[in-house]
Design a protein around this ligand. Structure first.
Ligand code: PXG
Length: 436
């Protein structure tokens, strides 16, 4: 493509200038491989953007979307519904921990996060505790890009340009050099959850609505929770009447070798956000799953029956194409035993990625389920340049891997073979050794 053809498209989370001088364009995808514009086959080391665990172009999903487009392309989301919205909501609850039974659809992960934050504040109002508005996130957290999400988010670069957000505090992140090169959940750090007690002391729980964390921080570079950490957060939230929200946009539907991160780590939140894998990335969709108690509180405290209990929703909430894709995706996930497959392949990834320990410039390696990341040492004051260079080198070697901050990330397709794990990890190792 020449510069003119690339002029109008302002790309998201992309260095537009660098991209346009060396474009990386995909023209097709099947299974675990993309086809690049120059005809090369590229291994999909991040399942799209953590979206396509089942691989690309799955016939059942493609056909379900096609059928749906012909039958009912759109149905108004407000005051009306279509059958697959109910079916998918029910189906999603099959994958949720006990007690999370009510599904609110959105169009993306960012929308799911802002929906969950609004639900949390509204819930306390409905309960007559209007003072409970403060929201608490975590340093290094990523909760999408809308105003609520960036406010509770803890990746400074995503917030610094945008001025005043909404009131929020941040727990410390759990990354520690003491835990460097841990396999899976690190041993040290559960005590960091107690920082929540300091925020409660500062603001008083009467002013705090919710705490939101990713069970495993994804975008910040696959940071699994220290053993006991999430359970401790749950305990403090319960004790002080604060809602706990798990942002499972990446960890939902299999990536951790369990249906959810909540299941993987044995801790149940009050609200849980989803997106990405719910439709295998084929149609945009997100969701918030709420506890029965929260749903009932809205039903019981909203006046006459014709009154709207939650004045919130999106034109594309429960979009028929997304619901069709979601039903087909969850069917395949279950039929093909994909969650069990993630569990069985996770140790293969763990061994392969940790074999890079000792490679120059690699200062940490982390993994959990079919997700893994390396941290690379900065070049001078530039912490992001080396992962960026490695991702480019990998692309030229036929592998798509993701760079983010000072990390390189892998989110392998659930269908991945051991030989592919070796190949992509070798490509990363080789590329790191080529660095200055
Ligand atoms: N929460 C979490 C935990 C996410 O990972 C979002 C919310 C926002 O979702 P939407 O659909 O609005 O993008 C995300 C998105 C990466 C990467 O490289 C991660 C995301 C998106 C793009 C890249 O880790 N996560």
């Amino acid at each position: 493509m020449n510069q003119n053809e690339m002029r109008a498209y302002w790309m998201p989370f992309t260095s537009n200038r660098a991209f346009k001088s060396d474009p990386r364009v995909m023209v097709a995808a099947q299974g675990r491989y993309y086809t690049a514009a120059d005809g090369r086959r590229i291994f999909d080391g991040l399942s799209g953007l953590w979206t396509c665990g089942l691989g690309h172009g799955r016939t059942e999903i493609v056909e379900a979307i096609g059928r749906q487009a012909g039958e009912l392309d759109y149905s108004p989301a407000f005051n009306f519904a279509h059958p697959k919205a109910f079916q998918l909501a029910e189906r999603i609850t099959d994958f949720m921990p006990e007690g999370l039974t009510r599904v609110f659809f959105t169009g993306s992960g960012s929308e799911a996060v802002d929906t969950a934050l609004k639900m949390a504040r509204a819930y306390w109002r409905k309960r007559g505790q209007a003072g409970k508005t403060r929201l608490i996130g975590r340093i290094k957290g990523y909760h999408g890009v809308n105003f609520g999400g960036i406010s509770v988010g803890g990746i400074v670069g995503n917030r610094m340009l945008y001025g005043q957000g909404i009131e929020a505090d941040h727990l410390p992140h759990t990354l520690s050099t003491r835990n460097a090169f841990s396999r899976g959940q690190p041993a040290q750090g559960a005590v960091l959850a107690d920082e929540l007690l300091n925020l409660i002391a500062l603001h008083d729980a009467a002013n705090i609505a919710a705490v939101i964390v990713e069970p495993v921080a994804g975008s910040a570079g696959v940071i699994p929770p220290p053993q006991g950490y999430l359970a401790r957060l749950r305990e403090i939230c319960t004790e002080h009447n604060i809602l706990l929200i798990f942002d499972e946009v990446i960890t939902g539907f299999g990536r951790m070798g369990a249906n959810t991160g909540a299941e993987a780590f044995g801790v149940t939140p009050d609200l849980l956000t989803l997106a990405k894998q719910v439709t295998n990335g084929a149609v945009p969709m997100g969701a918030v799953v709420a506890s029965d108690e929260i749903y009932q509180c809205f039903m019981d405290n909203s006046g006459a029956e014709h009154m709207i209990e939650l004045p919130h929703g999106y034109t594309y909430s429960a979009h028929p194409l997304a619901c069709a894709a979601g039903l087909a995706t969850l069917e395949l996930l279950e039929r093909d035993g994909m969650v069990e497959r993630v569990r069985s392949m996770a140790p293969v990834l763990e061994d392969a990625i940790h074999a890079l320990r000792g490679t120059p410039l690699v200062s940490d390696i982390r993994n959990c389920g079919l997700a893994a990341a390396l941290t690379l040492e900065p070049r001078g004051r530039d912490a992001v340049i080396r992962p960026y260079e490695v991702a480019l080198k990998c692309w030229h070697k036929g592998f798509y891997v993701r760079n983010g901050g000072d990390t390189l990330q892998l989110g392998l397709p659930f269908t991945v073979e051991a030989a592919e794990i070796d190949a992509v990890v070798n490509a990363i190792g080789e590329s790191v050794r080529e660095l200055e």
